[in-house]
Design a protein around this ligand. Structure first.
Ligand SMILES: C[S@@+](CC[C@H](N)C(=O)[O-])C[C@H]1O[C@@H](n2cnc3c(N)ncnc32)[C@H](O)[C@@H]1O
Length: 468
């Protein structure tokens, strides 16, 4: 087995003569529940349906402002006239309170950031190219590109981020680094799966022909939007670079790489955690009563909004996740590289639930939606699947920073596995879902549950939902 690269505690190795490709291995022992490593996404997107209802930073995706500011934001969204503010709880009693900065995009497109640093990072990485500004006409190629992605598949947003990132990097190269420009496209994603999108994973929600047509239309709009940017800069006004980075070959393989390696990102809103756990907060009743009154009108507007969404879903045979998700952590978005939000793991919340009075009903409803999106993580993308996983991806800090946590004690040399799918599902369902990733699972659970017949091959259809 080839060693590809390592960071403290883990190493990427390449299987020789094995369809698995790369895998991530432990180099030291890890105790159950220990964080093996954490990482931020290289590229990430908030699902379009989630944008108006989860107000988060355009770079790190943490919720913006404070509890009060979130309430004000929803009042603006829903046109609620009420103006009463939350009062500060006695020092140290409200663990759900938070505070971030609030910075607007330089070009006033409406994007907001939690810090100056996040605004700059997003701008330097891709936003300077993908920002539609304050007055971009709807007929512009960039606007049309975004509309096309919303109408067809959000994976195009992620691909545009990657391409913009490469363009920005090349524009920042020094004069003696032109060689870097020539290898940047070929080398950057060498570590990852390399097949055209339509050869990778077509689930039951769209066909190979659709994937090809959408890619062609999407790329044509992106070319139109980006060509003036590329040709107007001396570093990117290079025929070879332009014809590589804006080619269908590159675009389709980039989409394929993203499809195979993206991961869902989901975490709860602090306002929702505050609402849900208010009764257990150790503060005088008057603070809780006041908070309930302040939130009342927004909660009412949300309930109405969720009900309308549900009606629409019923009417349209809607297949995507909606804000009213009862369990609040099903963020698989059809590509199954699953993750878990912090409520799965937070002992504090379990403790809160323990404190509920006997007979008190569990509040399973989610009023203020959590963040729901997807992205690619460099190291996580090296973790293979098992239905008996030894690690789990969680978002514990209310941001897109992912933690890979040990589910049991792990010894040096063990391969790390997380589950791309719902591993408690019956064998047939699991194998059907995994076929869309192009492999038959050989984990101990599948091996023992697989019917003892040679004709047990699975069909290529799936009922999973798509990323839209
Ligand atoms: C997120 S990547 C994991 C890293 C990948 N092995 C690589 O070399 O880049 C997902 C892809 O890895 C492969 N894979 C993951 N788990 C597997 C398994 N249990 N058996 C066979 N192939 C697997 C499949 O090709 C899958 O689409």
């Amino acid at each position: 087995m080839d060693v590809r690269f390592s960071i403290p505690g883990v190493v990427v190795r390449r299987y020789i003569n094995d369809i698995k490709g790369n895998g991530l291995f432990a180099e030291k022992s890890f105790k159950k529940d220990e964080i093996i490593f954490s990482e931020s996404p290289m590229f990430a997107v908030q699902h379009v349906y989630n944008r108006p209802i989860a107000w988060t930073c355009g770079n790190c995706y943490r919720f913006l402002g404070s509890l009060n500011r979130q309430i004000q934001h929803y009042r603006t969204v829903f046109g609620v006239k009420e103006k009463t503010e939350l009062v500060a709880f006695p020092e140290g009693t409200n663990q759900y309170e938070f505070k971030t900065g609030l910075y607007s995009c330089f070009a006033k497109c409406g994007e907001k950031y939690c810090s100056e640093e996040c605004r700059k990072t997003a701008f330097d990485n891709h936003h300077q190219i993908l920002c539609v500004g304050e007055h971009t006409p709807e007929t512009s190629a960039l606007y049309q590109f975004k509309k096309h992605a919303i109408d067809n598949n959000e994976l195009f947003f992620l691909a545009a981020q990657v391409i913009s990132f490469l363009v920005c990097r090349v524009q920042q190269l020094h004069n003696d680094q032109n060689g870097v420009r020539d290898i940047i496209c070929a080398e950057l994603f060498k570590q990852y799966t390399h097949r055209a999108w339509w050869d990778v994973r077509i689930d039951g929600n769209f066909t190979m022909e659709e994937a090809k047509r959408w890619s062609a239309d999407s790329l044509a709009l992106l070319q139109k939007a980006m060509m003036p940017i590329l040709t107007s800069h001396p570093k990117t006004n290079d025929q070879k670079f332009i014809s590589t980075i804006l080619s269908m070959d590159f675009y389709s393989h980039l989409l394929g790489m993203l499809e195979m390696n993206d991961n869902s990102i989901g975490f709860k809103s602090p306002l929702e955690q505050f609402r849900k756990n208010l009764s257990a907060i150790n503060s005088p009743e008057q603070y809780k009563q006041h908070s309930n009154n302040v939130m009342k009108s927004v909660i009412e507007s949300f309930r109405q909004y969720h009900a309308e969404q549900e009606d629409e879903c019923d009417d349209d045979d809607c297949d995507h996740d909606h804000a009213m998700e009862q369990d609040g952590h099903d963020h698989k978005s059809g590509h199954g590289h699953s993750s878990h939000d912090e409520e799965d793991m937070m002992e504090d919340d379990d403790h809160m639930h323990d404190e509920k009075a006997e007979g008190e009903e569990e509040d399973d409803e989610e009023v203020f939606p959590g963040f729901d999106g997807f992205g690619v993580f460099g190291l996580q993308a090296m973790i293979n699947h098992s239905c008996v996983p030894n690690c789990l991806v969680v978002f514990e800090q209310g941001s897109s920073l992912a933690y890979i946590k040990a589910l049991r004690d792990i010894v040096p040399g063990e391969e790390l596995f997380h589950s791309y799918i719902e591993e408690s599902a019956p064998f047939e369902e699991r194998s059907q879902e995994l076929v869309t990733y192009g492999f038959n699972c050989d984990c101990p659970k599948c091996t023992s549950e697989r019917p003892n017949t040679t004709s047990s091959s699975t069909s290529s259809t799936t009922t999973s939902t798509t990323r839209k």
